[in-house]
Write a protein that binds this ligand. Structure first.
Ligand code: 2AM
Length: 595
């Protein structure tokens, strides 16, 4: 094993940072450098003091936050008592992945770079600022940075004499070995991977709880454009507990139709059980083809490996083009823009697909990531139950076949009326926290499925006798997508809730089609009730919450608040901005948005 061993540590939210890290691992292997690739939180951070060479690959999530799988590392590395020489033996480089349309662009990578310098580390290169907004995606910044990185690393640690680089067209050995099975393992890895009712441990990603689905009900009217589901799970005996604002993570599966198609294109027998065993300990293994991941947009690394494995001249040529630096624009047009799935790409390269050695499947295709949903019910009103509100994601691209969200479509397809259905899930704290005092008012703004966490909060607060619950809810039509209307009315009758609805499409049709601004949104209702909002915030110390679709709604609502502060509070514009910033700093203004 060549020395020193390179360590690549990643913090990844959507999988891009992991993908780039794995690419680094492959490039190291081609250069005959020993390399380990690990998620930051699965690496024992105290061992960093012995590492000579570390590349950190970090995404920045939402509002400048570190991704979930580096949160523990993040807390540790910023401890005040770490000596300034802690990492003086380490050469490091930080590769950031971010989105320049967010204010805190690559915040995590920049802050980490500074911190590693403070702790005595030596930077091999300036921090790399990968940008999702770049028309060629993050690779536009990552490619040249990686070239510089390898120059620096090989300058410091030249490869052993006589060992040439493995050229790009030659496949690296697969990370897994294939083992055919006669029958499903009863106590194998799959059996141990689920949390059993009554177990002491609370369910987690490595041990999800298989929750029985109790109901799956469409809550939008028949003529509504969107299929939205209220889904209820039984969590009795799971050890799962949660409070308002928490989120549930759900591990979806591929649809049976996709699995069948996948097996067909690859020439796999769907009834043949096999397992892929990691050559190195620490890699996850998978069993039945049902577990194979599917509709995600394949990345460049996928094309690189596919090109190496292809035996068909024409297909190989095209795949090589897609995996080259010059081919990135074309790859973007082919793959990212229409959001083509791995399965569709495999169908486009049938000769290559049919010849993929099965032991390469997990090198080629990433595991399906769990999806997070705001919990929409409270244990105080629905003991042993967990409810979510799911909009079934469906959109049209230039491809004829409509694009479907993997998790929401899978959930929608499950019908507990036809027989028992179990869904792997676990919960984690969300970013919303509600005041515990009995009479602090809360103003909640949640258009569409953004109302989900507020239903949990309202149920919890009403059950605890907390007063001052104000909900601004936005939907298109009173009779199509007004979730939980009867429940809200009941609470209003009991004086437990003030509901302010905003119907965006109930204006006279002539006016509506002529004037977009005739739409009534939650921010319009906020402005209308500006003096009440100001009174609640400024005099009564209210908390303000915002949840929902991340597009322009959060900015529009913040703008409405700013004008309320000016009109009702008499503040000038900079003071209104400072007022809003103070609310955010003191956690009296909290946001949870999703794409
Ligand atoms: P629309 O679809 O009629 O434009 C839930 O999706 C509700 O949020 C719908 O009534 C939707 O209206 C509305 N909505 C869309 N964009 C919004 C924005 N920028 N701010 C507030 N509400 C918005």
């Amino acid at each position: 094993m060549p020395s020193p061993q390179l360590l690549v540590l990643f913090g990844s939210q959507t999988g891009t940072a992991q993908d780039v890290s794995e690419r680094l691992g492959r490039e190291a292997q081609r250069r005959r450098l020993g390399c380990r690739v690990r998620a930051l939180d699965s690496y024992p951070v105290v061992n960093l003091i012995n590492e000579p060479l570390v590349i950190f690959v970090c995404a920045t999530a939402g509002q400048g936050d570190p991704p979930d799988n580096m949160k523990n590392f993040w807390r540790f590395i910023f401890r005040k008592n770490l000596p300034s020489t802690a990492l003086c033996q380490m050469d490091f480089a930080v590769l950031g992945l971010g989105d320049s349309s967010y204010a805190k662009f690559n915040f995590v990578a920049k802050k980490l770079h500074r911190r590693l310098l403070q702790l005595g580390g030596s930077a091999l290169l300036p921090v790399c600022l990968g940008d999702d907004q770049h028309e060629l995606g993050p690779d536009a910044a990552v490619d040249p940075w990686l070239r510089d990185l390898w120059d620096r690393v090989l300058g410091l640690y030249p490869p052993p004499p006589g060992l040439a680089e493995i050229p790009p067209g030659v496949p690296l050995p697969s990370k897994f070995t294939l083992l055919f099975l006669q029958e499903a393992p009863s106590t194998g890895s799959e059996g141990q991977r689920v949390a059993h009712p009554g177990s002491q441990e609370s369910p987690s990603e490595s041990k999800p709880f298989l929750a029985p689905m109790i109901s799956n009900q469409r809550v939008t009217g028949p003529s509504h454009f969107q299929d939205v589901r209220l889904i209820e799970f039984d969590i009795s005996g799971s050890g799962i507990s949660f409070a308002a604002g928490d989120v549930v993570l759900i591990q979806p599966s591929n649809s049976a139709a996709h699995v069948q198609q996948f097996c067909r294109v690859l020439g796999l027998d769907p009834d043949q059980l096999f397992t892929l065993q990691p050559r190195e300990p620490g890699e996850p293994g998978l069993g039945h083809p049902d577990s194979l991941p599917s509709p995600v947009v394949p990345r460049r690394s996928f094309f690189e490996l596919l090109a190496c494995l292809s035996l068909h001249e024409l297909e190989r040529e095209k795949l090589l083009e897609f995996s080259s630096a010059q081919g990135q624009e074309e790859l973007f047009e082919y793959c990212n823009r229409p959001r083509r799935t791995i399965l569709e790409v495999l169908c486009d390269f049938p000769h290559t697909a049919a010849a993929i050695p099965p032991d390469y499947l997990l090198d080629l295709i990433p595991a399906i990531r769990p999806r997070a949903f705001s919990i929409a019910s409270s244990l105080l009103t629905h003991p042993s139950r967990l409810q979510i509100l799911v909009a079934v994601v469906q959109f049209q691209t230039r491809l004829k076949e409509p694009r479907r969200g993997l998790c929401s479509s899978w959930l929608a397809s499950l019908d507990p009326g036809q027989g028992p259905v179990r869904v792997p899930l676990w919960v984690r704290p969300g970013s919303l926290a509600f005041p515990e005092t009995p009479d602090t008012p809360v103003i909640m703004v949640g258009p569409g499925t953004g109302v989900a966490p507020f239903r949990a909060a309202i149920q919890e607060r009403v059950a605890q006798g907390q007063t001052g619950n104000f909900l601004f809810f936005g939907c298109r039509w009173r009779d199509q997508d007004f979730y939980w209307e009867a429940e809200w009315q009941e609470l209003e009758k009991r004086d437990c809730l003030t509901l302010v609805p905003a119907f965006s499409r109930e204006q006279p049709p002539a006016l509506f089609s002529a004037l977009q601004e005739q739409k009534v949104y939650v921010q319009h209702r906020l402005r209308e009730l500006g003096s009440l909002v100001w009174e609640l915030l400024d005099r009564q110390g209210a908390y303000f919450y915002l949840a929902g679709n991340a597009k322009s709604m959060p900015a529009d609502v913040s703008e409405a608040l700013m004008s309320i502060f000016q009109e009702e509070g008499g503040l000038c514009s900079p003071d209104a901005a400072a007022y809003l910033a103070r609310l955010q700093r003191t956690r009296r203004f909290q946001i949870e948005t999703w794409a």
